[in-house]
Design a protein around this ligand. Sequence first.
Ligand code: ADP
Ligand code: XUL
Length: 545
Amino acid sequence: MYMQNIYEGYEQMAKLFLGLDSSTQSLSALIIDADTHAVVCEQQVHFSSELAHYHTVDGVLPHEDVTLAHAPPLMWVEALDCILKKICNSGINCADIIAIAGCGQQHGSVYLNESFIPTLDALDAHKSLYQQLQNIFSRETAPIWMDASTGLQCQALAEAVGGNDRLCELTGSPAIERFTAAQIKKFADQEPLAYAASAHICLVSSFMASLLAGKHIAIDYTDATGMNLLDIRTRKWHQDLLACCGENLAQKLLPAINPCMQQGNIADYFVRRYGFAIDCRIIPWSGDNPSSLLGLGLIEEGMTAISLGTSDTCFGYMQQLPPRMSPDAHTFIAPLSTDPTESAHLTQSAYMSLLCFRNGSLAREAIRQQWGLSWAQWSAAIESTPPANNGGIMLPWVGNETVPRVSQAGVHIFDCADDVGVQCRALLEGQMMAIAIHAEQAGLHPTSIRVSGGASVNPTIVQVMADVFQCPVDLCAQSNSAALGAALRALQAHSGETWQAVLSPYTQVNLESRIHPRKQYATVYAALKCAYAAAEERVLSEMVK
Ligand code: ADP
Ligand code: XUL
């Protein structure tokens, strides 16, 4: 699908901005029209079904070692070919797209040899990208965020800076297996020749941005804070951590960049092949969670998102770094700067905190099945018991937990009758209290919550959330918040408007469906939260013994 001369003399009709989201299972595209504030196109390429020849299961290569989670980066390249074709086929005129931003699954890393840039320079618009980029990789597979194989490397990284508390203070997170520093170190230690042949190391985000720009685009601050490598205050790579990972790492990475710093025009290849305007701007890609922060409109202190998916995730905006970084949370730089000069950015800083609770729907499903209930029966059983459960408590660690870190799974029950309603309520309330307690320790003080994910369709769950947090909860209408956030970043970088002005037409909530906290339960839940925190502390300290 070679396009000739399409932009010459063409008068731009619509003002479109494209956001892409390269996630674990799919690549999504979302286009907004800045005049009408409408989402005019949404497309998706699902990896395991549409690109089945890469043999992934839901975007991940199966492996007998279950701690390993890698994906083929060429699959992401081919997904870009496919999604741009889908956008053209949907009737969108690519010449109307003014700017493109994107986001990627966090932490995953792509290793490129020195042919990367010459190959980009020589792209032939008659051929697809994936056909031409087969030989650019110095490592055929990319470790992604689900990888947990780097325990040894995590220890070494913590030791390199004087312990995990110090690493957390410096980078925003303690040493985490899926974070990129440990992944790079493992590669450099185990495959030194291939590491040496890696002229460039990208994240998923910066790799995809580089393809569109036709040159090596550096990692942005938001995704760089998911690596255990960036000093979160100075925004520079930390020398001791670089040295711990591998030789010459700084040259392979380039300095991290401000996410609002435009990276020039789209590569000529896309102009010729798809009819993009020659001056379509490329904006750095960010991490998917920082992008969702914008797509959900969370740009004020207290605005928090909770996603009730397979795991439960809670994240929110923070104006400043907390006085002490919580080891349970990940503190990322938020993509909220509007001034591309670095010194201005340091004074305009904004952050986000993210907590990931592994036992989310997994635990809710387990107790529902244990009692042989449908979701409707599970909810009815909970409704038959009083809020705060007469003081009954359950620590809901059906499987190993990440927040707090629990490596010996086990459900701990205090003062709960052996009754279906009491037990189901105890688990749900335990989960909500754990989120509330640990979010607060991480510096999040929710005043409103936007809830998403499969379990958010359940009104009983959402009401318990509103009552425990004592704040209103809104259901997210936008399921594609990461791609929307990216499109909004593209729009902001072009318009230069305030975030408030850019986001508000796209991120309004429907107040009619808002779930309000029931004030009469504030006191009992405050007391239960204290009791829960004490029980958690007691059980954790007994585990250490
Ligand atoms: P992910 O994107 O993490 O794979 P989803 O956001 O799609 O997960 O959520 C899937 C989960 O939603 C399922 O595991 C299921 O337990 C939960 N779920 C679906 N319907 C309900 C319901 N009515 N009540 C509570 N949980 C539900
Ligand atoms: C965050 C994390 C995941 C990925 C998923 O730390 O690992 O949310 O970003 O795409």
